[in-house]
Design a protein around this ligand. Structure first.
Ligand code: SF4
Ligand code: SF4
Length: 153
């Protein structure tokens, strides 16, 4: 009986496509949803640090003013929490795993000079607006104080 089962399976397998692939002649196709490694669109990052706080293995660091984002891929466990937490959706999981290496090297991503310049201008504009608002508020307070003093005379 077992021989018949084996023979039937063997005959079926003659007509089935192979379950293995001819790697490396045919590139491996990762299944949908594979959590290989994290990638970033650095120019969209606002440096909020939510990914850093969410990372359970402390694999990330961010420098908002410097416009850099760093990942130590050897510490990353590909859990995907950082991708879920990013409010700008600039992180994503891509297929393909970290290449083995003799040293734990972090990968540094830096924003483009155009983006850094744009953000610098935005910060300067915001600071100028805040200073103007503060000046107007102080003027208003001074005017109110002067009016109260005059009324008290
Ligand atoms: S995938 Fe997980 S372990 Fe890797 S950097 Fe993101 S939060 Fe950290
Ligand atoms: S959570 Fe997203 S936007 Fe915030 S620092 Fe990380 S990558 Fe940048």
């Amino acid at each position: 009986m077992a021989i018949l089962q084996y023979a039937s399976e063997a005959i079926k397998n003659l007509f089935r496509p192979p379950v293995t692939t001819e790697y490396p002649f045919r590139p491996f196709e990762y299944p949908e949803g594979t959590r290989g490694h994290v990638e970033i669109t650095i120019d969209d990052c606002i440096g909020c640090g939510m990914c850093v706080r969410a990372c359970p293995s402390s694999a990330l660091s961010v420098d908002r003013l410097g416009g850099t984002w760093t990942i130590n891929r050897f510490d990353c466990i590909a859990c995907g929490y950082c991708v879920l937490k990013c409010p700008k959706k600039c992180l994503r999981m891509e297929t393909g795993y970290q290449t083995p290496g003799p040293e734990k090297q972090a990968v540094l991503y830096t924003k483009s000079p155009e983006q850094l310049e744009k953000e610098k201008k935005q910060r300067e504009e915001a600071a100028a607006k805040a200073a103007e608002a503060k000046r107007l508020m102080e003027e208003k307070k001074a005017a109110e104080a002067a009016k109260e003093a005059k009324e008290a005379e």
